[in-house]
Design a protein around this ligand. Structure first.
Ligand SMILES: Cc1cc2nc3c(=O)[nH]c(=O)nc-3n(C[C@H](O)[C@H](O)[C@H](O)COP(=O)(O)OP(=O)(O)OC[C@H]3O[C@@H](n4cnc5c(N)ncnc54)[C@H](O)[C@@H]3O)c2cc1C
Length: 382
């Protein structure tokens, strides 16, 4: 046998390029799985605008002064290199699903064979546009943490003023109670916190006991709860009953908004612009595209937007990406019937719920602290 001939004709199979867009919760899990066992014949590329992935569950604890920011974030690059991938530090600004191309903020184009999208969501600021004073939006978190530090510095110099948190969901309630620590420490400026919780009041969708406990705790933490909607009129905040609020900075923890470029991408999206996916997290329009976490909209409506679901979907997504690359069958991600929700109250107590069960106290905060720290530690080097 002529070995020269053999060497010349046997070729490596061409590499398929898998792009993970965003280093959100689910993609961090995918990277951890790929680090254990990389998919064969695949060039892995990860696109993230930040070196850090912030863990939102610990953010209220950072605001309340219980954690340093470094304790609440995961460094993306070591996760990518452990999985044998290349990290591109930039933000996607456009996607052409037909041409299989992503355009980045710096103008570079990235081609892909397979794409998985985990870019989270922004805040829906439609009602708050045009606000005269600083509008601090909790999403994207990398910008938020810089804005919050500025606010804290301002508190030290000119006093806290009246901070208004808009959004009665779990994030708004936690942020208002955490912010009460900052504002109270700086009370020389007459600081106070109000929570505009919308018509249904705080924590719609949670059970009655949890809502009652949270309501009591908000009072004890001296947060004024306003059960109305608010919108900006002539640069000021105005409640639905016409009252104009005297407020300083507004912290927006309003509902999720999809990245605007998704609706022009050619991918099937829902009426709010989130990527429509099957239970296997595969795009309904493009079989080479997957989406997960806040950025997706499941056709079976089985998921609400939460970090818990994004994390739990991670291993299934990793398996499905691996299967898709070799043409094997995909598996659905079926969330558990109940999820554990733990709401930090800013004073090292927490309120928790699991289905019909509700519990509260210092031990609940300790439980949350342990779970959150363990999650971060799972991604630390070494
Ligand atoms: C204050 C607060 C507290 C919360 N607490 C909890 C909690 O205790 N439990 C819970 O279950 N949920 C909680 N949530 C909800 C939770 O944060 C989200 O549901 C979760 O982060 C969604 O994860 P994800 O992977 O979809 O996206 P994310 O975790 O938001 O990650 C998205 C990533 O994509 C990147 N990205 C964004 N745009 C682009 C782009 N154009 N190109 C490339 N990359 C991009 C971002 O930088 C980010 O790294 C909380 C939310 C907030 C605001």
């Amino acid at each position: 046998m002529d070995h020269r001939y053999w060497i010349n004709t046997v070729r490596e199979p061409p590499l398929k390029r898998l792009v993970l867009l965003g280093a959100g919760h689910a993609h961090l899990i995918v990277l951890r799985e790929f680090a254990q066992s990389p998919p064969p014949d695949t060039e892995l590329v990860v696109i993230s605008p930040s070196r850090w992935q912030y863990y939102s569950g610990m953010l209220p604890g950072w605001i309340a002064g219980h954690y340093r920011l470094e304790q609440c974030r995961i460094e993306v690059e070591p996760q990518v290199s452990a999985a044998g991938g290349e990290l591109i530090l930039d933000r996607a600004v456009a996607l052409d699903a037909e041409a299989r191309k992503i355009r980045l903020h710096n103008g570079r184009q990235v081609d892909y064979d397979w794409l998985s999208i985990d870019i989270g969501s922004g805040s829906n600021l439609a009602d708050l546009k045009g606000y005269d004073d600083p509008l601090i939006s909790v999403k994207p978190i990398d910008r938020f943490q810089a804005q919050w530090r500025e606010f804290e510095e301002q508190c030290q110099t000119t006093g806290a003023g009246h901070l208004v948190v808009v959004g009665g969901g779990a994030a708004g309630v936690e942020l208002a109670m955490a912010a009460a620590n900052v504002v109270r420490h700086n009370h020389q400026g007459g600081g106070r916190v109000s929570l505009i919780a919308g018509d249904s009041g705080p924590l719609p969708g949670f059970n009655a006991l949890m809502r009652r406990l949270a309501g009591r705790k908000l009072v004890r933490r001296r947060v004024t709860v306003i059960e109305q909607r608010a919108a900006v009129r002539d640069g000021k905040l105005q409640l639905a009953d016409g009252t104009r609020l005297k407020a300083g900075p507004v912290l927006a923890a309003t509902g999720a908004a999809a990245e605007p470029f998704l609706k022009d991408s050619g991918l099937a999206v829902d009426e709010e612009g989130f990527v429509r996916v099957s239970a296997c997290h595969q795009s309904l329009s493009h079989s080479n595209v997957f989406a997960v976490g806040d950025t997706c909209s499941r056709e079976d409506g089985a998921l609400n937007r939460s970090g818990v679901h994004a994390v739990k979907a991670g291993p299934v997504l990793a398996g499905n990406l691996r299967s898709a690359l070799v043409g094997a069958d995909l598996k659905p991600f079926r969330p558990r019937r109940y999820s554990l929700y733990l709401l930090a109250c800013g004073d090292q107590t927490a309120i928790g719920s699991y289905g019909p069960l509700t519990f509260f106290g210092r031990w609940v905060w300790r439980l949350k602290d342990r779970i959150d720290r363990k999650f971060i530690e799972g991604f630390s080097a070494g």
